[in-house]
Design a protein around this ligand. Structure first.
Ligand code: GDP
Ligand code: IMO
Ligand code: MG
Length: 437
């Protein structure tokens, strides 16, 4: 993959999140002028290793770690000002410059309030059995629900109208307090006046970053700047097309880029689908290839598979190509970035799931019904593994033949060339692939 030939590009996860988008975006931003977050919020956790330093980014685009890259958070996202300001402060402490030349946020983005975070936690607590989604508790679902509902939503631009904000918050908080009491039997109350003061203070601190990011992106494109769109979550967590209801509340497939960023879909010249050599998911939901044994534990430990946002151990499974092929229908990747190939070293055999069986029937695509998906039997193909440590390999030609065959098989199943292979978390632990022969 030649980074200089990609044009405006989006990076999208093809699984249930945590595919390694942060690493891929970090590699790409060296060749881009702007890095854009267009969906989700502080539920994302993107890890970037710069030399010996490890950064975990939640609200900010990963391009913030490259001097010279303008970082933009657009209107399709939900912004928790406390988290965003905390992240900015912690980056500044570590010597990263964050000012209005490096960061812009949309006046149209929706704002996460403490009552959203509480509602998220209480709704999960009240859910019984398989009703729990296993959210990140960042208030994402309640904030997007208020956005869709329209009566009780606050956007960034609303924070700069003090009288109106106080009036709106007073009505919203009365409703939220009633909800706490009647639905969740909680005595907890929120104070509208206090929240208004606190959020106006946040708004003051954010003021220099706020703008119309659609106009900004159009100007950047017109000036010939190259724009990188950084997906959050993954296609299988998409609100419309993922394993509903065990999904997030935003659009994390290809379609979400244009609507979330406020650009035309015609703008996207390349789409990089990010996929791991195995599967993971955090939270509840169907996971046909899940490994509940020592093999899963080995992969978790080797791959460092613990949540970047919540620290939860990630559930591990063999690569599910039925799910990944479905994700590829939604994203139409021009290239694949295949990460964590190093993590699968040392197994005599590796397995890929190419179909499911359900009630005697063979399924080649992902069913809509999450409860049915819980019951399918994965059909695995067994491929020979590889033993050597791949972390020092930098050329496709130098990979063991069995690892090459694994990579080629994934490429042909998904129907897109593999342009990048991850052989470790660090920047240089990467193989750029021109051809897979
Ligand atoms: P994201 O949410 O898609 O950005 O992914 P996360 O950052 O949540 O999780 C990916 C994890 O894998 C992080 O700890 C990365 O540092 C690590 N990582 C990324 N690519 C590779 C790779 O090729 N090999 C290994 N061993 N680790 C990787
Ligand atoms: P990145 O960008 C992995 C999962 C949660 C839960 C479901 C709903 O790092 O890949 P939410 O808090 O969004 O309402 O939770 O979605 N989830 C993620 N899983 N990576 C993420 O982001 C995720 N963001 C949300 O674990 O199952
Ligand atoms: Mg993550």
């Amino acid at each position: 993959m030649r980074f200089d030939r990609l044009g405006h590009t989006c990076v999208i996860g093809l699984q249930w999140g945590d595919e390694g988008k942060g690493k891929v975006v970090d590699l790409l931003t060296e060749h881009f002028d702007a890095s854009v977050r267009y969906s989700g919020g502080a539920n994302a956790g993107h890890t970037v290793l710069v030399g010996r330093e490890k950064f975990a980014l939640h609200q900010l685009p990963s391009g913030i770690l490259r001097e010279g890259v303008l970082n933009i958070i657009t209107g399709g996202t939900v912004i928790d000002p406390a988290v965003l300001l905390g992240e900015i402060a912690s980056l500044r402490d570590r010597g990263v410059r964050v000012d209005a030349n490096r960061l812009r946020i949309s006046d149209r983005a929706h704002v996460v309030f403490p009552y959203h975070r509480r509602e998220d936690v209480l709704a999960e607590g009240a859910a019984r059995g398989d009703g729990k989604i296993g959210t990140t508790a960042r208030g994402i679902g309640p904030c997007y629900a208020d956005k869709m509902n329209r009566h009780r939503a606050i956007r960034i631009c609303d924070l700069y109208r003090p009288a109106k904000l106080r009036e709106r918050l007073s009505a919203i908080v009365a409703h939220k307090n009633a909800l706490m009491r009647s639905v969740y039997s909680s005595d907890e109350t929120f104070d509208a006046a206090k929240l208004a003061d606190e959020y106006m203070e946040f708004a003051g601190q954010l003021r220099s970053f706020v703008c119309d990011t659609t106009v900004l992106l159009a100007e950047l494109a017109k000036a010939g700047k190259r724009i990188l769109f950084e997906g959050a979550q993954g296609a299988l967590l998409d609100i419309d097309h993922g394993t509903y209801p065990y999904v997030t509340s935003s659009s994390c497939t290809g379609g979400g880029v244009a609507s979330g960023a406020g650009v035309s879909s015609a703008m996207l010249q390349s789409r990089i689908g990010v996929i791991k050599a195995y599967s993971t998911r955090v939270g509840s939901g169907p996971f046909p290839t899940e490994l509940r044994d020592g093999v899963g534990d080995t992969i978790r430990e080797r791959g460092g598979e613990y949540g970047t946002t919540t620290g939860r151990p990630r559930r591990i499974g063999w690569l599910d190509l039925v799910a990944a092929r479905y994700a590829a229908l939604l994203v139409a990747p021009t290239h694949l970035a295949l990460l964590h190939l190093d993590t699968l070293s040392g197994f005599e055999h590796v397995h890929i799931c190419t179909a499911y069986r359900y009630g005697g029937e063979l399924l080649n695509t992902l069913p809509a019904d999450a409860y049915l998906l819980e019951e399918v039997e994965p059909i695995f193909e067994t491929l020979p593994g590889w033993n050597s440590d791949l972390r020092g390999v930098r050329r496709f030609a130098d990979l063991p033949e069995t690892a090459k065959a694994f990579v080629r098989r994934i490429s042909s199943e998904i129907g897109a060339p593999v342009g990048l292979i991850g052989v470790g978390p660090e920047r240089d632990q990467t193989i750029l692939v021109e051809d897979m022969s």
